[in-house]
Design a protein around this ligand. Structure first.
Ligand code: NAI
Length: 425
């Protein structure tokens, strides 16, 4: 049985102090979470609820868990990626009243799933996932808990894809909110968050410049658009690969080169996958690449770059820098993989994940979704649900207020005009 993180560390007091400093910094830049904390502290909406969470355990996520606990919940949390946990933050979170954290960085597969089980042992009434690991484990191994689960919320694109597939198979047995799909999440977190933090993480891990580089962005969805735009803003030449014709056209009209990966492989200095798909960069592409290329993945799972094929091809492999593994080919070329092909913005040794302000929005939507489940959970059938639009707007309004941004309201005439089909020329 996995013990909470503080029982796993040699010096938990030091870790707690360091983690609390990181949480304090994040808290200062999360006005949405501050406003919701004030509301939840007063109204205690989560009293009697047990919230199980599997997310990237770093400072911003810790603030979400802390806010849910302040609203009366018993929270149990673990990681959703073996390399993204900050142990000090996990310890600081474990020291928060009402929270138990099992997350630890660098765990192997068995330890990773044992920590998920430890969270499930708390018999959650609500689940909050990033990648659907909790939902999957509960349905597969603990179906007896489903009756007492009010519902859950899912953070990321890949998790929502998996949930929809499960729903279509008739296998999803409690309601899940697709937090990822809200404008307040997707248009900011996936675009700006992934764009900024992936490039920052790659630059810091390698100490290399973007200017003049050819950056191949695989996938021109929300994350890909952010990565492409920010790389272009840093004076890189951007090449996009796609499988969806309209997305490919969008990238073309945005002024990027659009190429099949087989062609892009010859040109790129840096490759960043953002597809949520598997086998995007494979054997034949490695053969075409130049010496010294960087290979990074920003999609949820570590299956976008075929590392098994790369390992097989390599005559030698070694750690070129902290967080960079070089694979040497028979002809002497070195292909450098960052963060073992896992989420580059979260899993390199110096990675910090998305900027704080962006996560304030995403976690604001998470928090109001959990509140909605508690207040109106009975209204939702098992399956995947959109987060009600008024909740998303509520989060936007809190943020605009905090930023001191005023905006216009529709007049009565305008509202009538927009709702009418009879007005015309
Ligand atoms: P999206 O669905 O908006 O975009 C994915 C794009 O990839 C689509 O345009 C699709 O046509 C394209 N694609 C699929 N297979 C491809 C292939 N073989 N070659 C080239 N293009 C291909 O999804 P979104 O929101 O951009 O998310 C992408 C991934 O990033 C997901 O796994 C998601 O969970 C993850 N994600 C990661 C974050 C991070 O912090 N690194 C933050 C948010 C999402």
């Amino acid at each position: 049985m996995t013990p909470p993180i503080r029982e796993q560390l040699d010096d938990p007091a030091d870790a707690v102090e360091s983690g609390q400093r990181k949480m304090d910094w994040a808290r200062q830049h999360m006005p949405i979470m501050a406003a919701l904390r004030e509301e939840f502290e007063a109204t205690q909406p989560f009293a009697d609820q047990r919230i199980g969470m599997a997310m990237h355990v770093e400072a911003k996520t810790a603030i979400l868990a802390d806010v849910l606990a302040a609203g009366g919940a018993e929270v149990a949390i673990t990681g959703c990626n073996p390399l993204s946990t900050h142990d000090d933050v996990s310890a600081a979170l474990d020291a928060v009243d009402g929270v138990t954290s099992y997350a630890r960085r660098g765990v192997d597969d068995d330890e990773y799933y044992a920590a998920i089980e430890a969270v499930i042992e708390h018999e959650p009434t609500i689940t909050v996932d990033d990648g659907m690991d909790l939902v999957a484990a509960i349905h597969e191994d603990y179906p007896e808990l489903i009756d007492s689960i009010v519902g859950g919320a899912e953070e990321t694109t890949t998790g929502v894809h998996r949930l929809r597939a499960m729903d279509e198979d008739g296998a999803l047995e409690y309601p899940m909110f697709a937090v990822n799909d809200t404008p307040m999440k997707r248009l900011f977190d996936n675009v700006h968050g992934t764009g900024e933090s992936s490039l920052a993480s790659i630059a810091m891990t390698t100490n290399l410049s973007w200017a003049g580089k050819t950056v191949v962005v695989a996938g021109y969805g929300h994350c890909g658009k952010g990565v492409a735009k920010k790389a272009s803003g840093q004076n890189a030449n951007v090449v996009v690969t796609e499988v969806e014709p309209r997305r490919a056209l969008e990238a073309h009209m945005e002024g990027y080169d659009v190429l099949p990966m087989a062609e892009a492989a010859k040109k790129g200095d840096v490759f960043i996958t953002t597809t949520g798909n598997r086998d995007v960069i494979v054997d034949e592409h490695f053969d075409a690449m130049q010496d010294g290329v960087l290979l990074a993945n920003a999609g949820h799972f570590d299956v976008e770059i075929d590392l098994d094929a790369l390992s097989e091809k390599a005559v030698d492999t070694y750690e070129a820098r902290d967080g960079v593994q070089a694979y040497e080919m028979a002809d002497g070329r070195r292909l450098n993989v960052l963060a073992e092909g896992r989420l580059v913005n979260l899993a390199t040794p110096i990675a910090l994940g998305h900027p704080v302000e962006v996560m304030d929005q995403s976690f604001g939507v998470q928090a109001v979704s959990v509140r909605e489940l508690v207040e109106n959970g009975d209204d939702y059938e098992p399956g995947v649900h959109d987060v009600p639009d008024e909740l998303d707007k509520e989060v936007a309004e809190i943020k605009l207020d905090a930023e001191g941004v005023a905006y216009d309201e529709l007049t009565g005439d305008q509202r009538e005009y927009m709702g009418s089909w009879q007005h015309g020329t």
